[in-house]
Design a protein around this ligand. Structure first.
Ligand code: ATP
Ligand code: F6P
Ligand code: MG
Length: 341
């Protein structure tokens, strides 16, 4: 069998671990050949590929990023390129394509699968927002990085009696904010699923100071917004890929809280540091298991499916289900953290 693999969308720790696992399982156990398409869907649309042997994946298990490169391609370009992608797959004698990506990549994977390409998806994202899998790899590492940053920020915030508003990634969902905020003992957690009321937030932070505490840490997901009509809020339009551009929720919250509380408030934006660097042990294991199962699915010709973690088991779920809706933070998960804020 000849397998083509690609990584698409925002990178995340663990991508290399999947690539390595696919190559090992395919080459060592099945005697397959593996090729990698460069820079995500761009590589497939242009037929830009490289062979991937055991030597190519040696030493990459613990490395961040992706040895194949990643990219975003305008969805319209992808839709127009379906026939070209098919020609490259047929021309290269590829029997299975394994795209590793987030919900956007998996939507594209479904499109190609519906057009007749033999596709087995692997879900990745630091955002942990893909419904059909309990967890995505990358998330554990990102939460670890954010938690470490929050621990550090607490000590400096206390020294200077400041309010620090720490913006973490999460454009549609607040999983990183929720888990890192819970792990680090933040004093308020603001997520996109619950539009915030600035009066309430001011009260929460103000009460801490009134109780004699000398600092506060607010964790906010980048996609969080105020409850309609409660606060003037800048937005940033849309980029060429159709993604919302953010105007900086932490910056805006810092201005507002400083004015309302008369305490110095500073924004801290963690940004891409959450996506870079070495994956946690948990993410390496999950990524390795996903790679193994994706190769098995390809050999069983279970196409149009995606690997998923359910409990302790890796299963396959239809790509169609994976992209139906995002996995958002439910109310009861938020309730669990409220009493420790
Ligand atoms: N609705 C769609 N139809 C066709 N192709 C799509 C669609 N959505 C996304 N894609 C393709 O998949 C690529 C990756 O999608 P996106 O940029 O949303 O990242 P992702 O895979 O969701 O990862 P992440 O959100 O974690 O960065 C896009 O650049 C585009 O080429
Ligand atoms: O690297 P980019 O294109 O700025 O993308 C950032 C987005 O990608 C993610 O890291 C993963 O989806 C989001 O949390 C974030 O909003
Ligand atoms: Mg996405």
């Amino acid at each position: 069998m000849r397998i083509g693999v690609l990584t698409s969308g925002g990178d995340c720790p663990g991508l290399n671990a999947v690539i390595r696992s696919v190559v090992h399982r395919a080459v060592v156990d099945h005697g397959d050949e593996v090729v990698g398409f460069r820079d995500g869907w761009r590589g497939l649309l242009e037929g830009d590929h490289r062979p991937l042997g055991l030597e190519d994946v040696a030493g990459i298990l613990a490395t961040g990023g992706t040895i194949l490169g990643s990219s975003r391609v305008q969805p319209a370009q992808l839709r127009d390129g379906v026939e070209r992608a098919k020609e490259h797959v047929v021309g290269l004698g590829i029997d299975a394509v394994i795209p590793i990506g987030g919900e956007g990549t998996l939507k594209a994977a479904r499109l190609l699968s519906d057009a007749g390409l033999p596709v087995v998806g692997v879900p990745k994202t630091i955002d942990n927002d893909i419904t059909s899998t309990d967890v995505t790899f990358g998330f554990d590492t990102a939460v670890g990085v954010a938690t470490d940053a929050l621990d550090r920020l607490k000590t400096t915030a206390e020294s200077h009696q400041r309010v620090l508003i720490v913006e973490v990634m999460g454009r549609h969902t607040g999983w990183i904010a929720l888990n890192s905020g819970m792990a680090a003992g933040a004093h308020a957690i603001v997520v996109p699923e619950r539009p915030f009321d600035i009066e309430e937030l001011t009260e929460v932070v103000g009460k801490r100071f009134a109780d004699g505490k000398r600092f506060a840490i607010v964790v906010v997901a980048e996609g969080a917004k105020p409850r309609e009509g409660t606060m003037a809020f800048e937005t940033g339009g849309t980029d060429v890929y159709g993604h919302e551009r953010f105007a900086g929720v932490a910056r805006q919250l810092a201005v507002e809280l400083e004015q309302r509380l008369g305490k110095e408030a500073r924004p801290v934006i963690l940004g891409h540091v959450q996506r870079g660097g070495t994956p946690s042990a948990y993410d390496r294991v999950l990524a390795t298991r996903f790679g193994w199962h994706a190769v098995e699915a390809a050999h069983r010709k279970e196409f149009g499916m995606m690997t998923a973690l359910r409990g302790n088991d890796i299963t396959l779920v239809p790509l169609a289900d994976a992209v139906e809706q995002l996995k958002t933070v439910p109310e009861d998960r938020y309730a669990e953290v409220e009493c420790v804020l």
